[in-house]
Design a protein around this ligand. Structure first.
Ligand code: PLP
Length: 370
């Protein structure tokens, strides 16, 4: 019998999120609301649909493995050299490539916890040790929902090749501010690469939350990870990018690229999305306005919801998590529970969020599912 590596055997089995059509059928309603994966509720941008139609006619060919057109468009948009930019099959693939490129077995990857679920898994696959630094309360008496950057810097040791700082943090939505992040970057040793995971950067409205690309300048051990999956609306196409201050970092990540894994359709769509930035900004503004409305509505219901800088909010409901998420799902609202900790709820359309709020009120008032 063949056996997988012990590190792989120990990985949890992949548990797919519930599909809204299945949930709706199961409970006999017309449609379920999916607020589980932080996608935007808008349909693909018109320019993207157009670009996909055009690119479809060429899909008998392999894509450009170097994604030259997209890389150049990103370099121009963010005012960096194309040599500093590397694209990947979703930002998650770039996370995995970073571990492959920087972590030998026995080295470590440091990050806050709870944060993005992929970090511990990719460390395990790379044979690296996870150094997890607990979140701390962002305000006195509040739940532990915010990065403790001092503790994270202190936890970095001479085995640490990689540090992920997810800002804003998934799943809590909180963000670290400029002075503390600058202090952190100053404290991390030069041989440790700091990756600022800014998957939700486009939803940041607080001017004190720094743009990682600005902080990166002059710091060769810093890189910024972004994605087209969230604000840009391309989750189904799988394309993300890393911008590194030091082109050698981008080079190292390019070496672990799975050939042709950023498809021709993904490249064409991402270029078209970048050219539609005004429309994307309008959409993000609608999302952040709705985020404030949803946050206020939840606080009116006595839920201790932190200020979110992303397109989701965090309900720190602790031990009630599984039961509450289950009850919401029975009312056709799919959220993302983290058992024993809390529920992450994506900001949907105002209509979707009202369905969620009504379901929440029903559950909390003890109403029975019809
Ligand atoms: C969604 C997300 C990503 C990347 O998603 P892709 O779809 O793989 O580009 C990366 N980091 C965080 C924190 C995310 O939430």
């Amino acid at each position: 019998m063949v056996s997988a590596r012990p590190a792989v055997q120990a990985l949890p089995a992949y548990k797919p999120g519930r599909n809204p059509a299945d949930v709706a059928r199961e409970i006999g309603v017309e449609r379920a609301v999916k607020l589980a994966s932080n996608e935007v509720a808008f349909p693909p941008l018109p320019a993207v649909v157009q670009a996909l139609a055009t690119a479809a006619a060429e899909t008998n060919r392999y894509p450009d493995n170097g994604a030259v057109v997209l890389t150049r468009a990103l370099a121009e948009r963010y005012d960096v050299d194309p040599a500093q930019v590397v694209t990947g099959c979703g930002a998650v693939m770039l996370c995995q490539q970073l571990a492959q490129s920087y972590n030998d077995p026995g080295t470590s990857i440091a990050f806050a916890w709870r944060s993005f679920e992929m970090y511990p898994l990719l460390a395990q696959v790379a044979g690296a040790r996870s150094i997890q630094v607990p979140l701390v309360p962002g305000r006195p008496g509040g739940p532990a929902d915010t990065h403790d950057l001092e503790a994270l810097a202190a936890a970095v040791d001479d085995t640490t090749r990689l540090v992920f700082v997810c800002n804003p943090n998934n799943p809590t939505g909180t963000a670290v501010r400029r002075p503390e992040l600058v202090r952190f970057l100053d404290a991390v040793p030069a041989q440790t690469l700091v990756v600022l995971d800014e998957a939700y950067r486009e939803f940041v409205t607080d001017p004190d939350v720094p743009d990682g690309l600005e902080l990166m300048r002059g710091r060769p051990n810093v890189a910024v990870l972004r994605t087209f999956s969230k604000a840009w609306g391309l989750a189904g196409l799988r394309v993300g990018y890393l911008i590194a201050e030091d082109p050698a970092v981008a080079d190292a990540v390019r070496k672990t690229h799975v050939p042709f894994s950023v498809s021709m359709l993904a490249q064409a769509a991402a270029v078209a999305a970048l050219a539609s930035e005004d429309e994307v900004r309008r959409r993000c503004a609608a999302v952040t306005a709705e985020r404030e409305r949803l946050t206020a509505a939840l606080r009116e219901r006595d839920l201790d919801v932190a200020d979110s800088q992303a397109n989701f909010v965090w309900l720190p409901v602790g031990e009630q998590t599984a039961e509450l998420a289950g009850a919401l799902e029975a009312r056709a609202v799919i959220t993302r529970p983290f058992a024993g900790e809390g529920i992450r709820v994506t900001v949907g359309t105002p209509e979707e969020d009202d369905v969620f709020l009504t379901a929440l009120d029903d559950v909390r008032s003890g109403a029975r599912v019809a």
